[in-house]
Write a protein that binds this ligand. Structure first.
Ligand code: NAD
Length: 352
């Protein structure tokens, strides 16, 4: 993708868990040079230096370094807006971690500054490069299971909300903003249709202040229904993805493990009934082997290094940016609608 027109210098703000992930990832891209980082915690400044990264003495010192082309912001969510706006005003291109901001209005303010300064602003929606997502998308876009009527996307953990700031509303905590933003972004990238209605509920199993899980049902213009779910108190899991079509179903788990089962002869309805003490059913009994076939999932491989390669190409004017401002605004608006639906208990309209 990158044609090697020029090299870029990048600095990281926030050298926590994800800041360190960026450090490692940037280190794998030859044209991208990590020139330093800044973190308010002295121990994370020390961590950077121990890993051969210059720790700027202040955020201002980082912004004042004219050699820095790109700043990646990997701080708690409430700081994305002010830090991104400062970096844009300092003439830096900005990669901000997800969620881009706490709501649509905040991100709109950031995008306005990017436009006024002419700098690039994009968001680290890295899970667009996840193999499981790419596989689900490939199944959806193929005709292997016939017209798709339902997609389920879920992540279910059992450890509650991790860390400290993620538990606090004022820091942008909660699972809608944490994992929901990934799953909703993926769904809107996959199904290229207006979302007509939204119905959602939120969980407060282990945290009263912020949601520790949610589910949202999105109905698209064609009638396709998407079920998006995040849970943190689930001790029994479910597959990461379910994609259901008229002629077959696909089950896709982390690492793109899974299968497709398609009907081969719909006319054969013989089945060994499921019998319980209270009754019997043929309708819900498994199909006999002679009426179905199992297919492997399509092979899909994505390279996460393409994320930063695309950022560099976009700055160079060689390619459009992958994660675009209007897409980010749409997901933020959807998350606000999900919260409102859960608060009111109502199905809400979203796009006409
Ligand atoms: P973290 O708590 O591990 O790290 C945050 C760091 O920011 C801390 O070291 C903290 O000291 C530092 N910090 C706080 N205020 C600062 C300031 N004003 N200037 C500089 N540094 C400051 O959190 P994390 O898990 O690394 O999450 C950071 C961001 O990355 C969040 O927005 C989160 O949603 C995002 N994230 C994204 C992914 C992904 O897959 N895209 C995964 C995890 C986290």
């Amino acid at each position: 993708m990158k044609t090697g027109k020029r090299q870029f210098n990048i600095a990281i703000c926030g050298m926590g868990g994800m800041g360190n992930w960026h450090r490692e990832t940037i280190g794998k891209i030859p044209d991208l040079h990590l020139v330093g980082s800044f973190d308010v915690k002295p121990e994370r400044q020390k961590f950077a230096e121990e890993h051969g990264v210059r720790a700027y003495e202040s955020w201002q010192a980082l912004l004042d370094d004219p050699s820095v082309d790109i700043v990646t912001i990997a701080t708690p969510n409430d700081l994305h807006r002010p830090l991104a706006i400062q970096a844009l005003h300092a003439g830096k291109n900005v990669v901000v971690e997800k969620p881009a901001a706490l709501d649509e209005a905040e991100f709109k303010a950031m995008a306005d500054v990017a436009e006024a300064t002419g700098m690039l602003l994009t968001v680290h929606q890295n899970r667009r490069w996840d193999d499981d997502y790419r596989t689900a998308k490939a199944v959806y876009e193929s005709d292997v299971i016939g017209p798709v009527f339902r997609i389920e996307s879920r992540v279910l953990g059992s450890r509650g909300i991790p860390g400290d700031w993620r538990q606090l509303p004022e820091k942008g905590g909660g699972m809608i903003l944490d994992w929901g933003v990934h799953l909703l972004d993926q769904m809107l990238q996959m199904v290229k249709e207006p979302v007509r209605t939204v119905y959602a509920t939120v969980d407060h199993v282990t945290n009263e202040l912020v949601d520790d899980g949610f589910y949202a049902d999105l109905s698209f213009a064609s009638g396709l229904l998407a079920h998006v779910e995040v849970g943190t108190s689930h001790f029994v899991g479910k597959p990461r993805w379910g994609v259901y079509g008229r002629d077959g179903s696909a089950e896709i788990d982390w690492g793109s493990k899974g299968r497709i089962v398609c009907v081969t002869d719909r006319s054969k309805q013989d089945a060994v009934p499921i019998v319980t003490a209270a009754g019997l059913t043929k309708t819900m009994a498994p199909r006999t082997a002679d009426t179905i076939k199992t297919l492997p999932l399509p092979p899909v491989k994505a390279d996460i290094l393409d994320y930063y390669r695309n950022v560099m190409d976009a700055i160079d004017g060689l390619a459009p940016i992958e994660v675009k401002v209007p897409e980010v605004l749409r997901v933020l608006r959807l998350m606000e609608t999900i919260k409102r639906s859960a608060e009111t208990g109502r199905v809400l309209p979203f796009e006409s």
